[in-house]
Design a protein around this ligand. Structure first.
Ligand code: PLP
Length: 400
């Protein structure tokens, strides 16, 4: 008997989680694997944030909380949106969840029915289409290639909207491309959305603070305030504060939507971890100057990876302005055979051969809806990155 629900059957396992697991297994079997597949900073959670977590444990802040978060954190979230994004919101227009992922999941489950459509550009973050598909709705994937800087244009958005469109998902800086939407691009997309009042906007801003080269962060609800009433602005502490394991995300949006999401949390997770919530209060209210050092380190690593990739004839890439990924083309490897005898017909073949033969784990572009590409996460020390790039270069040089 096939007892698995149709919703779960429609979901693919997360490719990034699967590759990271494969890398772990190979490492456990004694291989010197370098994992460039993970989506998390390699820095430690800042000390003042860790201390706040310890103080929460010792202070007995270890009980259930309100489903949408403790008042102190919702206030810190509202203050953050006011301070950093000029979004005039109050704490009751904010919610806290168990990671940005759970918030996005809740938002989709709360609003989607079979037949609904959700527009997203490819390359997309791996979880968007699977969450939408789980709800019985249809991911409408719009290819946004390197020529458009991996960004959805206003014309593409206009053409993709139908009467069934419920949401468009925007992610800037983006995973996996590192692409950023500037104010002008958001304003152009916003104009299309103003003409389509049935479409909601999910702005996934989780990489907000990881932005380089003097680029300025912009988010839809502040660029086009008329869209605020139908925009869910999602963020979290995972990437900015190296807190992926603490599992705290947050959002601001219309109250009717937050109420539905709150109901879902109350009947599933109950609440995000109380200790992590207190640590997140310290994160959002505290000094963020440590990020200057992190950004400088990320820029140095990004530049190194980009330069090394560009020196490999089979590969190529843009210089992304945000997040900590490089989304590189491996078109030049297609149709070739590796030293280990693997015929490389897809980016998945390329990535799998790279793990098996070169001990470097990356993620294939197909997982993000765009081939033939692969994603390198440069959230790894410069020394390890350099060794990884040596291995990738050698692997490519041996292709026949
Ligand atoms: C684009 C994007 N959105 C959301 C998330 C969710 O992060 P978290 O659930 O850790 O807040 C991630 C994590 O990889 C991401 O890359």
């Amino acid at each position: 008997m096939d007892a698995i629900s149709q919703g779960v059957q429609r979901m693919a396992p997360s490719a990034t989680v699967a590759i990271t697991q494969l890398a772990r297994e190979r490492a456990a079997a004694g291989h010197d694997i370098i994992s460039l597949s993970v989506g998390e900073p390699d820095f430690d959670t800042p000390e003042h944030v860790r201390d706040a977590g310890i103080a929460a444990i010792n202070g007995g802040k270890t009980r259930y909380t309100a489903a949408d978060g403790i008042a102190e954190l919702k206030q810190a979230v509202a203050d953050k949106f006011n301070r950093d994004n000029a979004l005039a919101v109050t704490a009751d227009q904010c919610c806290v969840g168990s990671g940005g992922k759970q918030i996005i999941f809740n938002a989709m489950v709360a609003t989607l029915d079979p037949g609904d459509e959700v527009i997203m550009g490819a390359p997309y973050w791996v979880s968007y289409p699977d969450i939408v598909g789980f709800c019985g709705a249809k991911p409408v994937v719009v290819p946004c290639d390197a020529n458009s800087g991996f960004r959805l244009t206003a014309d593409q958005l206009r053409a993709a909207i139908t009467p069934n469109t419920r949401w468009v998902i925007l992610n800037s800086p983006a995973n996996p491309s590192g692409a950023i939407y500037g104010e002008a691009e958001l304003a152009a997309l916003g104009e299309v959305l103003l003409a389509n009042p049935h479409v909601m906007v999910l702005s996934d801003d989780i990489y907000e603070y990881l932005i380089y080269d003097g680029a300025r962060f912009a988010t839809m609800a502040s660029v086009v305030p008329a869209l605020k009433a139908r925009t869910l602005t999602v963020n979290g502490v995972s990437k900015a504060f190296a807190m992926t394991g603490w599992r705290i995300g947050y959002a601001t949006g219309p109250k009717w939507l937050l109420a539905a999401m709150n109901k879902l949390s109350g009947q599933s997770i109950t609440n995000a971890c109380s200790i992590s919530q207190w640590a997140s209060v310290a994160a959002l209210n505290g000094d963020m100057s440590f990020l200057d050092d992190w950004r400088a380190e990320f820029v140095a690593r990004r530049n190194h990876v980009v330069e090394r990739l560009r020196a490999i004839p089979e590969l190529g890439c843009d210089r992304p302005k945000g997040a900590f990924y490089v989304f590189a083309s491996c078109a030049g490897a297609m149709g070739r055979t590796s030293a280990g005898g693997t015929k490389i017909e897809s980016d998945r073949d390329f990535v799998m051969a790279l793990i098996a033969e070169a001990n470097v784990a990356t993620v294939h572009g197909a997982a993000f809806g765009m081939s033939p590409y692969f994603r390198i996460s440069y959230a790894t020390s410069m020394d390890r990155l350099d060794v990884a790039m040596d291995r990738i270069e050698k692997f490519c040089s041996q292709l026949i």
